[in-house]
Design a protein around this ligand. Structure first.
Ligand code: FPP
Length: 221
C-alpha cells in the first residue's frame, strides 16, 4: 500500500495524515473487493523492514492499526469480513495483540471476503518460518516437498496470488509473498495508495481479466 507519505507530503501534511487516509482506503478497497466477488484480499500493512523507519512513525503506525481495528470493529463484523493477521506479531505490544486476537475470533465465521493483513511480515521470513516449523515437527528437510512447505506458510489454506497490485509507481515485490506470488499477474499503477479507490480496483481487475495465464505451458492451437 505504497504512497501514503507522498500523498501527505504533496498536500503539505504530515506523513501520519497519509497513513490515516491509507487506512480508510484499505477499508474501502476491502468492501469494493467483496462487492466485485473477490474471495481473498491480502494487504501488506507493515513489513519486517518497516521497523527501520523513524521510531515516532513506527509508533504512530502501530497506534493507527490498533485504533483503526477498534473503531471499525462493528463495521468489520457487519460487512462480513473475515480478518486474519499474518506475520511475526510477537514484536507488537500486548494490547495490540489482544485487539488482533479479538478481531480474528469475532470474524472467524464471516465469509464474504477473507482479508489477510500482513504485519511485521516478509516473504523470506514466511518461507524460513515454514522450514523451521517442518524441522520442529520432525520432518526430514532433505526430502521436503513444495506441498509441505506451502502447508506451513502463514497463508496455508488460501489460494496462491492471482493478482498483485503495486501502487505509487513502485516496480518491485518488496519481499511480499514471494512463494505465493510465483504465478501472480502483476499490476503497477502510479496512483498513490490513499487515492486507490473502487474505480482503480475495477481498472486493475479489468486488466487482470484480459491476461492469459499459462503457468509456463504452451496453449493448444
Ligand atoms: C506505505 O506508505 C504504507 C505503509 C508503510 C503502511 C501503512 C499502511 C496503512 C496505514 C494502510 C492500512 C493499514 C491496515 C492495517 C489495513 P509509505 O509510507 O511507504 O509512503 P511513501 O512511499 O509515499 O513514502
Amino acid at each position: 500500500m505504497d504512497g501514503n507519505g507522498r500523498w501527505a507530503q504533496s498536500r503539505g501534511l504530515d506523513r501520519s495524515a497519509g497513513h490515516r487516509k491509507g487506512m480508510d482506503a484499505a477499508y474501502d478497497c476491502a468492501v469494493a473487493c467483496r462487492a466485485a466477488g473477490v474471495s481473498h484480499l491480502s494487504l501488506f500493512a507493515f513489513s519486517t523492514d518497516n521497523w527501520q523507519r523513524p521510531a515516532a512513525e513506527v509508533k504512530e503506525l502501530i497506534a493507527l492499526f490498533d485504533r483503526g481495528m477498534r473503531e471499525n470493529f462493528s463495521r468489520i463484523v457487519a460487512d462480513d469480513l473475515r480478518i486474519r493477521f499474518i506475520g511475526d506479531l510477537s514484536g507488537f505490544p500486548q494490547a495490540v495483540r489482544r485487539t488482533i486476537g479479538k478481531i480474528e475470533a469475532e470474524t472467524a465465521d464471516n465469509g464474504a471476503l477473507h482479508l489477510q493483513i500482513a504485519l511485521n511480515y516478509s516473504g523470506k521470513w514466511d518461507v524460513a518460518e515454514a522450514v523451521r516449523r517442518l524441522a520442529d515437527t520432525g520432518h526430514d528437510l532433505s526430502a521436503a516437498t513444495e506441498e509441505q512447505i506451502a502447508s506451513e506458510l502463514a497463508t496455508a489454506g488460501c489460494p496462491e496470488l492471482d493478482l498483485l497490485i503495486r501502487t505509487s509507481g513502485e516496480l518491485r515485490l518488496s519481499n511480499f509473498m514471494l512463494w505465493q506470488a510465483a504465478y501472480a499477474e502483476l499490476y503497477f499503477t502510479e496512483v498513490l495508495w490513499p487515492d486507490f479507490g473502487a474505480a482503480e480496483l475495477q481498472a486493475a481487475l479489468a486488466d487482470y481479466a484480459r491476461r492469459e495465464r499459462r503457468y509456463g505451458r504452451v496453449e493448444a492451437r
